[in-house]
Design a protein around this ligand. Structure first.
Ligand code: SF4
Length: 568
């Protein structure tokens, strides 16, 4: 249990203790028929159950005029370790999104599903039905370990399968043990005699803040592993998984106007053998549990803990508490991020198709009936569906005899080939933002596709349409879409206004830097037009846009998180 349990704790920490392992008054809040909302303490705790209270901000003004409370609804995040789901799970989740959410299936940047606009009266039923599929929402949010990410396709090689299995083992080991989830959502009996729960790893106060883990297999950094609190970078020798380089202290968010907060790319701190992976994950999590800042949530992520205590102390501590002895990190290099789109055949003859899902929104819209296509495929598919860390989807393990059938369904529903999209669009990521996210200052998911249309015209004008450039947009600097690893990033400041960041490394190894503040669409396009003109004329062979803007002096390279705000 945390060393900090007995100290004089701030309000949220005290609430966690008083909540009786995440119960508090959530049940009473859910059964109050007078409001679509739940009480403010329960709003904080319900996140640990994978649920956020939101409101439809598009309707706020109208509801106010009508003297109605805001239209409250709930986001439900479904945890999918490694992103792998069966056709049966797919069909069930798809149906639930139609029945209880807004009909849209959001694929997140952490290989999870997200429902939006679920009404309070439907929350329990929806979560119960999610559990019926053998998926759950526990710890999809909150001050605990979140969904563990893994390289997209476990069927790509035996190493990929092993890494994906490790992701599942870590996820299971670090799951909260509270019975509250089963009591509240599944109407399971209270523990006999009120015997208190026990959280052997977390203790009563859980973690100071959220904790994110990802695995990646070089040379493809398809999970942006260095943006995570803890990363496992596979070390493969002669086709055999030997172990992992450990990376610690990554994190994307910061707060506008607070330069003590900053995004950070993780440090690679050493190597562990493969068999130590679960123990190492626990050791790092426990280090953060006991050393993270519980007095200031804006300083509570592991990235600040690492900067405060230093890497030598960190290494000593995980050795002292868990016997994890880090060997020197082994050579490993990432050369790319993002997903491998289109068709690929494995050594076993089975096929895999990676589908581009713009903004992670699976819908039937604009002539592309992706949701219907996948529903139809799920009826006969004998393999799996895999959510990627870039909001895309792999239809995996398609038997050779089914390939033609899958192709026909995709074509009939208007699913386009990867060659129909520019590399810029294929490397785009947007967070959910408006209308539901209460923290967003500006549009992201609804706007980025339209902006990309216009940026594509600029790329074509300068003859660089084939250039893979990563672009990311978020409605605020919290970092859900990992904006600070985009070669071009737009972070919402106000309606229609964004901060423009440039210069991240293409393989997810370097942060970008603020280039312009509060730019509107005209400003964004004018700025990018002149940057693209220079890039097209003066780039070195195979030089990425993010590297070029640094060499050409537009922004300086951010070599560590603490320098993110440094004026160049
Ligand atoms: Fe909301 Fe900000 Fe996260 Fe986007 S990055 S979903 S606006 S909190």
């Amino acid at each position: 249990m945390s060393k900090q349990d007995s100290t004089n704790l701030p309000a949220f920490e005290a609430l966690k203790i008083a909540s009786n392992y995440l119960r508090n008054t959530i049940n009473e809040s859910l059964s109050n028929p007078l409001t679509g909302s739940i009480n403010s303490d329960d709003q904080l705790l319900i996140k640990f159950h994978g649920v956020y209270q939101q409101q439809n901000r598009d309707l706020d003004e109208e509801r106010l005029k009508q003297k109605l409370e805001p239209l409250y609804s709930y986001l439900i995040r479904i945890r999918v370790p490694g992103g792998v789901t069966s056709p049966e799970q797919w069909k069930a989740i798809d149906a639930l999104s139609d029945t209880y959410a807004d009909g849209e299936l959001k694929l997140t940047t952490r290989q999870a599903f997200q429902f939006h606009a679920v009404l309070k009266r439907n929350l329990k039923t929806t979560i119960r039905k999610i559990n019926d599929t053998l998926l759950d929402t526990l710890a999809a949010c909150g001050d605990v370990n979140r969904n563990v990410m893994s390289s997209a396709n476990p069927y790509e090689s035996p190493v990929h399968a092993e890494v994906s299995e490790h992701a599942r083992q870590i996820s299971a080991h670090l799951s909260p043990q509270t019975g509250a989830y089963h009591e509240i959502w599944l109407d399971k009996e209270l523990i006999a005699g009120g015997t208190p729960d026990n959280e052997p790893i977390y203790g009563k106060t859980y973690l100071p803040r959220k904790f994110k883990i990802a695995m990646a297999i070089p040379p493809r950094n398809d999970t942006d592993v260095l943006s995570n609190d803890l990363g496992f970078i596979a070390i493969v020798e002669n086709g055999v998984l030997k172990g992992y380089n450990l990376s610690v202290g990554g994190g994307m968010g910061y707060s506008f106007g607070n330069t003590a907060t900053y995004p950070r790319v993780a440090d690679v701190v050493g190597y562990i053998p493969a068999e130590a992976v679960v123990k190492a994950a626990e050791a790092v999590l426990v280090f953060q549990r006991d050393h993270g800042n519980r007095n200031d949530r804006k300083q509570a992520r592991l990235k600040y803990t690492i900067d405060k205590f230093g890497l030598d102390y960190f290494r000593d501590e995980i050795k002292r508490t868990h016997g994890i002895l880090l060997e020197p990190a082994r050579p490993a290099e990432f050369t790319t991020q993002g997903d491998e789109y289109g068709w690929n055949q494995g050594a076993d003859g089975y096929w895999h198709f990676t589908l581009f899902v713009e903004g992670g929104k699976l819908t039937d819209a604009k002539g592309i009936k992706a949701k219907s296509a996948l529903r139809e495929i799920a009826e006969f598919h004998t393999g799996t569906f895999i959510l990627t860390g870039n909001q895309n989807l792999v239809i995996a393990q398609i038997s050779p005899s089914d390939k033609k059938k899958v192709e026909e369904v995709l074509q009939r529903h208007g699913i386009k080939d990867k060659d129909s999209y520019t590399p810029l669009r294929l490397h785009s990521i947007a967070c959910a933002a408006l209308p539901y996210c209460g923290l967003s200052f500006a549009e992201a998911e609804r706007y980025l596709p339209l902006l990309v249309d216009k940026i594509e015209e600029l790329l074509a004008k300068h003859g660089i349409s084939d250039e893979p450039i990563s672009i990311r947009m978020t409605g605020c600097p919290n970092g859900c879409g990992r904006p600070f690893l985009g070669e071009i990033a737009l972070v919402g400041r106000a309606p229609g206004k964004y901060n423009l960041y440039l210069g991240a490394g293409f393989s997810g190894n370097r942060l970008n830097k603020l280039y312009k503040e509060m730019v509107d669409e005209d400003g964004i396009l004018t700025t990018l037009n002149s940057l693209f003109e220079d890039f097209a004329a003066n780039r070195n062979k195979r030089e990425h846009f993010g590297d070029f803007v640094i060499r050409a002096g537009y922004v300086s390279a951010v070599t560590e998180g603490k320098l993110f705000h440094k004026v160049q």
